[in-house]
Write a protein that binds this ligand. Structure first.
Ligand code: ADP
Ligand code: MG
Ligand code: MG
Length: 908
């Protein structure tokens, strides 16, 4: 890149625009955009991320950079009518970092560059304010010392405190020019002592060092960690903004503030922000002095206030979104220092999107891009009572960590897995608290309501496993000291939480409370459940907004959304949540409980008659299950998967059985049946059950098993038709690897269906298809489609078999290491691995359609409810996704977003 002579490394604010975020960073692109809108932005220029990349790759700045910076500085000096650091009237600048994505851990901005022992006097005279000049100088040495020269910031803080204490004042505004001169002397001594050199007096050297420090700050540990957690690529680099200074610390007619164009919590339009008189930018966030609400600015400086309101409206209309801004008032003159599309809560995202539609600023397709499934999912978790979470009434916030897995959990504190399991067995709700978790904690994590750790980030073991289990988790709450040996935790202010004390953790905010915070159901779920109507007078704004956005999504989406549901109850909920059918009904639960005895008999059968008797006993029970299910989903497709898991899952536990047999033997009691069972358990024992006798293989080696299931489905369908119902059953064969397997099952099934047709006189239409969940099936999908009317991609098993690992074994053991090493960005069980598993799906779709153009294609792995995966399934052209009932709204929304997005890009 550096070879490219045409490349331009510096852009004046007048040259850029907001679409150049890759090159100018977010801050630089938006400063340029505001400049071009004619808003009052102090002039300046931006050094591109490309320059940073060259620096990071080669270890030195591109050779052209120095001259380009000189040229732009020249132009700036001419515009401002003064030179950087000029002795009698200095131009001062800020040097500000600004990557494409805002990123904590990047270098802090350095203000007041250009001040020196000489120019501070000139500035004092120009401003007619000695105090202001020395205050600015001490800020420069402090910020420059800390961020550019790497001096411990506390040394400066301490020195400042000493001067304040000596003068017996609390606030730095109480220091006068003479005091601040003293502070500057102390600060310069600190720099000298710590770095072995004097604070640089040459303004250009100050600027160049600050620019280089910004480049270097891209690779601080904190910045790297943040990027890894947020999946921001490590090679983007940061831009550097050089911006002429404006001063909020010139007296009471000056000040600085931050504002939102609407409330980031509710979305309401209004005046939201903070203002601080007589202060420079960083004072507002640092919380040194108390700010006043922005509304108060109206009485402090009406002209600036009105101007600001007008600008905020301009920005909203221009960006067509909520913006947050930084501004400064210098002696009654308003300056804009930053804007960006502001972060907002999940609830506000939905409300703002619909508000903007109502204001005519955006259309429905754009509204869909303003929200996402993760936000919707967040709104569907039960949550702590907002009115309560502020504190008081018995529960108090004792810490805050990373919001690793959403939800609101309350329980008794336990500090080890054993106690978690023991207590939860006796009916207690527990929160498992550990410094960090490891695979040994798995049982405890399963038993707990929620998990709290004091170490680790979003990819820590606790976070990964909790998300996989859908369990609430707060991790890395560092101010909490966890002592597992003494079974207690100590808060920052010394409060002790003992085993058994009730704690509440909020996985959506990371907040940790001592005591019980009441949990309220999500209004959004109440709405999906049909217990709250969007049209009702008292429906809250959020519910109305969600209702409208869901309607947009449903209108545009091409993917249909089905549910994974095994019983009538789940099916009905799924239907309320908008499911358009069942994509996966597992039949294994139909073999459990009381029915286990028939399965045992089936497995132990020595003769055909014994086996047939067992199957005969199961038939009416299964049939009744299906009748209920078809009734709940009347008129919608229901895909029933024939028995899939290995048979030993239906037999007693091997140890239990061995003990029973041994006991009976010693007592000389009859134990013929148990002995036979034990032999069967031994016979059926497998090293790798996941890869053993299961799925279609069961159907092929156990005569009558699949045909019994098919008969139950067919008879149930016939019965529903007789009852004037509209059953749409689809029979699905699991774990097929080759078309021959499917052909055999198919022939038998067709024969059974024909028999039921003849017996009942009902004209049955049952579709027959298969899961695609083995690599061989995906690779030979063209052949398999000859015998299958539909494919349903079982992406859980397909992920396991493509990667060659079993989820239960590996997720808790080495996924954390893989995530930390960056081998996965995200677990392939959470989001489909597009390059591997996804590529097989894509080619199987093509091959399947080539053989049978009208083949129906869906997915029933958990990926069906994952936002990113839904976009992928839309793109490869599936007909539907199927997911757990609770994820259905998320899938509907994301399917709509995917469709709106691809329409947008088609027309471009
Ligand atoms: P951050 O990304 O941490 O917000 P900024 O570059 O925006 O860093 O700057 C930190 C503070 O300094 C902000 O309050 C900003 O408004 C203020 N600031 C930055 N540049 C200038 C300037 N040229 N004049 C006055 N204040 C400035
Ligand atoms: Mg800022
Ligand atoms: Mg499977």
């Amino acid at each position: 890149m550096s070879e490219n002579n045409d490349q331009k490394f510096v852009y004046d604010f007048t040259e850029g625009n907001r679409d150049l975020k890759d090159l100018l960073g977010g801050k630089g692109a938006n400063l340029a955009e505001m400049t071009n809108l004619g808003l009052p932005v102090p002039p300046g220029f931006t050094i591109t991320t490309e320059a940073c990349k060259v620096y990071l790759e080669s270890g030195s700045e591109p050779v052209e950079l120095r001259d380009e910076v000189s040229a732009h500085l020249d132009a700036l000096e001419r515009k401002m009518g003064k030179k950087l650091g000029q002795a009698d009237d200095p131009l001062l600048v800020s040097v500000r970092s600004g990557a494409k994505f805002s990123m904590p851990g990047m270098m802090d901005t350095v203000l007041n560059i250009g001040l020196s022992d000489e120019s501070v006097v000139g500035l004092a005279r120009q401003a007619d304010n000695e105090r202001f000049a020395w205050d600015s100088y001490r800020r420069l040495i402090q910020m420059f010392g800390k961020t550019v020269l790497d001096v411990d910031g506390e040394l400066f803080e301490d020195a400042l405190d000493e001067v304040k204490t000596a003068k017996k004042v609390a606030s730095d505004t109480d220091l006068d020019a003479a005091d601040l001169k003293k502070v500057v002397e102390r600060f310069k001594e600190i720099v000298k002592a710590q770095t072995g050199r004097d604070f640089p007096q040459d303004p250009r050297e100050q600027m160049d060092l600050a620019i280089e420090a910004v480049f270097n700050s891209w690779n601080t540990d904190r910045a790297k960690l943040y990027r890894r957690q947020e999946r921001i690529p490590g090679d983007l680099g940061t831009a550097v903004n050089v911006c002429s200074m404006v001063f909020g610390n010139l007296g009471p007619d000056s000040g600085t503030g931050v504002a939102f164009t609407r409330d980031p919590a509710s979305g309401h339009q209004g005046v939201y922000g903070d203002y601080l008189q007589n202060a420079q930018g960083e004072d507002v966030v640092a919380g040194i002095r108390n700010t006043v609400p922005l509304a108060d600015l109206e009485s402090i400086d009406k002209t600036s206030y009105d101007r600001l309101m007008h600008i905020m409206e301009t920005l909203e209309t221009h960006y067509k979104d909520l913006c947050d801004i930084e501004f400064t008032i210098e002696r009654g003159q308003l300056w804009m220092l930053q804007t960006r599309v502001g972060k907002r809560t999940a609830g506000a995202a939905f409300r703002i999107a619909t508000q903007l539609v109502d204001q005519g600023l955006i259309d429905e397709a754009e509204a869909l891009q303003r929200v996402n499934g993760a936000q919707l999912a967040q709104l569907m978790f039960p949550k702590f009572d907002d009115d309560y979470a502020g504190g008081g009434k018995g529960a108090e916030q004792i810490g805050r960590g990373i919001a690793a897995s959403p939800g609101a959990a309350v329980g008794k504190a336990v500090f080890d897995s054993y106690t978690a399991v023991k207590w939860s067995r006796s009916g207690e709700k527990v929160i498992l608290i550990r410094r960090e978790t490891n695979p040994d904690d798995l049982d405890g994590m399963i038993a707990a309501e929620g998990i709290l750790t004091s170490r680790g980030g979003k990819t820590s073991h606790a976070a990964v496993v909790a998300r996989g289990m859908g369990k609430t988790c707060v991790c890395g709450a560092e101010e909490l000291e966890v002592d597992t040996k003494r079974r207690r935790m100590t808060t920052a202010d010394g409060q002790v939480v003992e085993e058994g004390d009730v704690v509440s953790i909020d996985g959506s905010t990371g907040r940790v409370y001592l005591g019980e915070v009441p949990v309220v159901p999500s209004p959004v779920v109440e709405y999906f459940e049909g217990r709250m109507h969007a049209g009702a007078d008292d429906a809250d704004e959020l519910v109305q907004a969600v209702h409208r956005i869901m309607a947009y999504a449903d209108r545009v989406r091409r993917l249909r959304v089905r549910a994974n549901a095994d019983n009538a109850e789940d099916a009905s909920r799924a239907r309320r949540f908008g499911a358009q059918g069942i994509g996966l009904c597992r039949t294994e639960h139909m073999f459990l409980g009381e029915r286990r005895q028939y399965v045992e008999r089936l497995i132990l059968a020595d003769t055909d008659t014994e086996r047939e008797d067992a199957l005969k006993a199961l038939l009416p029970l299964q049939k009744q299950d299906f009748v209920e299910l078809f009734e709940a989903m009347d008129g919608l497709p229901v895909t029933v998967r024939l028995l899939d898991p290995p048979l030993h899952e239906f037999l007693p536990d091997i140890t239990e059985l061995s003990v029973r047999v041994a006991l009976a033997e010693s007592r000389k009691e009859p134990h013929e049946n148990d002995l036979r069972l034990l032999q069967a358990v031994h016979r059926l024992h497998e090293q790798n059950p996941m890869l053993g006798l299961r799925g279609v293989r069961l159907g092929l080696v156990i005569p009558g098993l699949f045909t019994m299931q098919v008969r139950a489905i067919a008879e149930a369908a016939a019965q529903r038709i007789d009852a004037k119902g509209d059953p749409r059953a689809e029979i699905m064969i699991p774990l097929v690897g080759t078309v021959q397997e499917l052909e055999i099952v198919r022939e038998e099934a067709e024969q059974v269906i024909e028999e039921v047709r003849a017996q009942t006189g009902v004209d049955l239409k049952l579709a027959l298809g298969t899961m695609i969940e083995l690599p061989r099936a995906a690779v030979t999908a063209g052949q398999i489609a000859e015998a299958a009317e539909f494919f349903s991609f079982g992406t859980n098993d397909l992920t396991q078999t493509v990667w060659g690992f079993s989820r239960d074994d590996v997720e808790a053991s080495f996924f954390t290491a893989y995530l930390e090493k960056g081998i996965f960005g995200v677990s392939p069980f959470e989001t489909i691995d597009k390059d591997g598993v996804g590529a097989l799906v894509r080619s199987a779709v093509e091959a399947g359609r080539a053989t049978r153009p009208d083949i129906k294609l869906g997915v029933c792995g958990e990926h069906g409810g994952d936002p990113e995966s839904v976009h992928f399934f839309h793109e490869v052209g599936l007909d539907y996704v199927s997911c757990s009932p609770f994820r259905i709204p998320v899938a509907r929304l994301e399917a709509g977003r995917a469709a709106a997005e691809s329409k947008g890009s088609d027309s471009r």
